[in-house]
Design a protein around this ligand. Structure first.
Ligand SMILES: NC(=O)c1ccc[n+]([C@@H]2O[C@H](COP(=O)([O-])OP(=O)(O)OC[C@H]3O[C@@H](n4cnc5c(N)ncnc54)[C@H](O)[C@@H]3O)[C@@H](O)[C@H]2O)c1
Length: 274
């Protein structure tokens, strides 16, 4: 979608991190922005409006189909949709509680499914628009101690690829991108702030607690900023590019995974030097 000015972008998870940065980047291009989040959006609204465009805010829990549909129905115009809200839970698969699994699948996977189900028919009907789904490099490789997170992100990658094929088969002009960043300093390692009270946390081993501390440090020291990632998203939307791999160094680990599959070898740890 080359011409963005005057059109509307809808962004979930817009109160913080990548969503906030995308909202501001789109506003900088002259787009009006519809911001959705569970958290307070008043500061982001102010920053978007300072760029001379309109901002609308909606309190939306993306894991709830009816709330995402209501958000979609509330917009007079929409061309760019970023299904971005997400949370992180780490731990070995057996350590995560059923609630951990329900919570992360609800936000990271169902949130994107609801976004696609609500917005895609609208974009298809107007035969113009672009959907950006936020996955992660964890959707292309499987780092240890993050099984639940990896499951959601691999699912978002395949959902996006399938969506792309289904749109092409129908000769639709609606574009799709899947965003797969590595570590970016945002609020993601502090996701517990968003955990609903009814979802009880798993009990973690020493090994998992050590990994969680390591992961937190890795996120905090990520070299690219959320603004850098937002600029990459903007470029991909304009160029109608599907995969957005913001951290090219990770391609070695993706290649190693693909080779292990093709050679039918046991998977190598993608976080260890090859
Ligand atoms: N930061 C990274 O290193 C990184 C890397 C790869 C992918 N990602 C992905 O980027 C996306 C954005 O995360 P971030 O890094 O900006 O983290 P963040 O915590 O800064 O932002 C996430 C936003 O999502 C919102 N949110 C959480 N649950 C929600 C729900 N149920 N409904 C609506 N909003 C909800 C939060 O309130 C927050 O504003 C996530 O999907 C994350 O998995 C992040």
């Amino acid at each position: 979608m080359r011409e963005l000015k005057g059109k509307t972008a809808a962004v979930t998870g817009a109160a913080s991190g990548l969503g906030r940065a995308m909202a501001l980047a789109f506003a900088g291009e002259g787009m009006n922005v519809a911001l959705a989040d569970l958290s307070d959006l008043s500061e982001v609204r102010r920053l978007v409006e300072e760029k001379g465009v309109h901002a609308a805010i909606s309190k939306v829990d993306v894991s709830r189909a009816e709330e995402v549909q209501k958000f979609c129905d509330s917009l007079k115009d929409v061309h760019l949709v970023c299904n971005n809200a997400g949370v992180a839970v780490s731990g070995a698969a057996w350590e995560n509680s059923v609630d951990d699994w329900r919570w992360i699948l609800g936000v990271n996977l169902w949130g994107v499914i609801h976004g696609v189900r609500s917005f895609a028919p609208r974009l298809i009907a107007q035969d113009e628009g672009h959907i950006v789904n936020t996955a992660s490099v964890a959707g292309l490789i499987s780092p240890p101690a993050s099984g639940a997170y990896n499951v959601t992100k691999h699912a978002v990658v395949t959902l996006s690829e399938s969506l792309y094929h289904d749109l092409r088969e129908r000769n639709s002009r609606v574009g799709v991108s899947v965003l797969c960043p590595a570590y970016v300093p945002t609020g993601i390692s502090d996701s517990e702030r968003n955990r609903p009270a009814e979802h009880k946390k798993g009990e973690f081993s020493k090994e998992t607690l050590a990994k969680q501390a390591m992961l937190k440090k890795a996120v905090a020291s990520g070299r690219l900023s959320a603004d850098d990632v937002a600029r990459a998203v903007l470029a991909a939307v304009k160029e109608e590019r599907f995969y957005i791999l913001t951290h090219p160094k990770i391609k070695g680990a993706i290649r190693a995974r693909m080779e292990d599959i093709l050679e039918e070898r046991a998977p190598r740890d993608p976080l260890k030097p090859l």
